[in-house]
Design a protein around this ligand. Structure first.
Ligand code: NAD
Length: 339
């Protein structure tokens, strides 16, 4: 049996990546949609063979509880709406995948975890790179100390935004490129180390060159994190530049992914030569993995607490940038399996 997934929010990521990936999955399929745009319904129903009874809008969403065709609800809405819809999905008794960033505040992320626990449903995040073979290699190189202990890490994730959209609205996005892209570089540093940072050493907002767009969220930000053994990672993220990199330098060698965070075409190299690893459909792997965890009731590698960890780190980065001071991080007590 395949589990049924309903996508909530049919924007670019759902239509361009998730729905196509669900045509390649083995353990789950696209069984339903939830949309606030009635004009999208016929197109999606036809393209993906979705019956009318599995089509919902934001008003009748809660009645999805009675629909046995839908096992998993995947929240693909603007960041500021993740908490409300994750909690409603949990109350409907459905397992949840929520897109990154999990939430726009620590309190929201905690409420989402609580709602899923209370309703006995599983919760995961759309962290597709946890299932990507180049990134799996990075986890191995860093955590198993293949080239000796990691001495420094650098992450860059940029994208150019030229027109107004919800990503520039503080309420809907929670912040700028840090919440959207910098989160990947934080993830990268954490899984290179197999540890979580203990301090934001410093953070600085970049210059605003497009004031007409960046009224509410930062245009760019750079920051440095410190890990328990003293290793530091430096991060850059911007909505007005190019750049896509995850690299680490260890005692006896180095490795580098560039581009690092794209849906395909990830390219890796180590001090010993090219990684020579195939790209895969990341989203298909991610959703199949979650479906198998649900089917077999297995603990998930990418649990809600990982989303909460990253929200806590990002809020501390903003605090450091706003105050001009370093900020200590206490990430103890989170239930995240080691990789
Ligand atoms: P998008 O703007 O293309 O789509 C957003 C969808 O939400 C649209 O269908 C829109 O109609 C709907 N929506 C409902 N209420 C809205 C409101 N008040 N304002 C704006 N839109 C509203 O965005 P997207 O790029 O698909 O991003 C959606 C989510 O997916 C975000 O959380 C984003 O961070 C995440 N995402 C993740 C990845 C990834 O690689 N994991 C990639 C892209 C986006």
């Amino acid at each position: 049996k395949k589990l049924g997934i309903a996508l909530v929010g049919l924007g670019r990521y759902s239509s361009g990546q998730l729905a196509p990936a669900l045509q390649e999955t083995q353990y789950c399929y696209l069984s339903g949609i939830v949309t606030g745009s009635p004009e999208k319904e016929p197109k999606w129903m036809k393209k993906y063979n979705i019956p009318k009874k599995n089509v919902y809008n934001y008003d009748n969403f809660d009645s999805i509880a009675e629909n046995p065709d839908i096992d998993i609800i995947y929240i693909v809405l603007p960041n500021g709406m993740h908490a409300e819809y994750t909690i409603r999905a949990a109350k409907a008794g459905k397992h949840v995948i929520c897109e990154k960033p999990m939430a726009t505040s620590v309190a929201d992320a905690e409420a989402m975890i609580r709602a899923c626990a209370e309703n006995n449903v599983m919760l995961s995040l759309g962290y597709r790179l946890h299932f990507e073979p180049h990134h799996l290699r990075v986890m191995q190189l860093g955590q198993k100390k293949v080239f000796g202990p990691v001495e420094s890490i650098k992450g860059i994730d940029n994208m150019v935004i030229n027109n107004w959209e919800w990503r520039l609205d503080k309420e809907l996005a929670g912040g700028g490129p840090l919440m959207d892209l910098g989160i990947y570089t934080i993830q990268g540093a954490c899984y290179t180390m197999g540890e979580w940072p203990v301090e934001v050493v410093e953070a600085n907002y970049g210059k605003v060159t497009k004031p007409e767009l960046f009224k509410e969220v930062e245009q760019s930000i750079t920051f440095t994190l410190k890990f328990p053994n003293g290793t530091q990672s430096t991060h850059t993220t911007s909505y007005a530049d190019q750049g896509n990199l995850l690299e680490a330098s260890a005692r006896d060698g180095w490795w580098k992914l560039s581009p690092a965070y794209s849906y395909s075409g990830i390219n890796g190299e180590t001090s010993e030569g090219p990684m020579d690893i195939q790209n895969v459909n990341q989203q298909a792997r991610q959703m199949d993995y979650f479906a198998q965890c649900v089917m077999d009731n297995k603990p998930i590698l990418v649990p809600g607490d990982m989303g909460l960890r990253d929200v806590k780190i990002m809020m501390a980065v903003y605090e450091a940038a706003d105050s001009g001071k370093s900020v200590k991080l206490d990430l103890s007590g989170l239930d995240i399996p080691k990789y």
